[in-house]
Write a protein that binds this ligand. Sequence first.
Ligand code: ZN
Length: 350
Amino acid sequence: MRTTTGWQSRGDGSTVLERVEIGRRELRDDDIAVRVDFCGVCHSDLHRIRGALGEGVVVPGHEFTGTVTEAGPGVTGLAPGDRVAVGTVVDSCGACPMCRAGQENFCFEGPVTTYGGRDRTDGSPTLGGYSREYVLRESFAYALPGTLDPAAAAPLMCAGITMWEPLRSAGVGPGSRVAVAGLGGLGHLGVKLAAALGAEVTVLSRTPDKAGDARRLGAAELLVTTDDRRTEQARGRFDLVLDTVAAPHDLSPLLRMTAMEGTLSVLGYPLETSVRIMDLVQGRKNLSSSGTGGRRHTAELLAFCAEHGITADVETLPSARVADALDRLGRGDVRYRFVLDMSDLDEPRS
Ligand code: ZN
């Protein structure tokens, strides 16, 4: 066992994390060790820290970029010094239909999540990227294109891929009409990616506050969803609606704006939401969802982002300020993603 330093939740719902020494496994044949440089702060981290899913103590973090420091003898594609990005999945069975389809994120045996999961070999709990070092199989790390800023690229690995898979699945391209409901960590990347794919993008929001941001990110307009006249005009308009709203909400208005045979993809995981089947009947509409992505699509996303110069809009903080980031994220006070700079973990505890 080797050790590194990380930020661990207390298991009591507090967003004040403790700086602790954590163990990392010695490298297996196909493992790499990564110095974690930047780790994004995802809404799901906040849920887990607050104990919404009842899992107790965690070292969060599942969208990070870093630098390879060591490679096992069987590693072929990466070498010390390479910049890499790591997302929400660090292993899978590799043999089930989902894995064979390149959707390791849906592995029938359960993907090994970057934190809060269990290693397939020794059963040890996985500890996330709010730490200075991570050890994982080479095949679940992705070469980070050199043109992408490593801090701003970190959120591509969870928020970005969560937007990318439904966009690709719906075949979005030039001429597509895409709506993005909710302009946060997920939504702002949804706008950038859809616009770069050539779609006409509309942001759906309850207030006009972010109209300027929506346009700057690549949207044609922001539609205020409390304006009944405007929403009525948008009836049947969108080929794809990316719904990133996390709070329970009525899906009917969004399905009304979805085109015939179009898709509403619910991506903010509002767990208590219900759907009226008649909203699907009228126009043969599709209701879908998605969650992060498999290896093939993740590599594709990074290549696309390098080609189009896409990264997240981030506010980078020293990792010691993780509680500030979590509290502000909880209040929605972020444009549009916090990223922790882990280099302060090299310094002695202050
Ligand atoms: Zn996430």
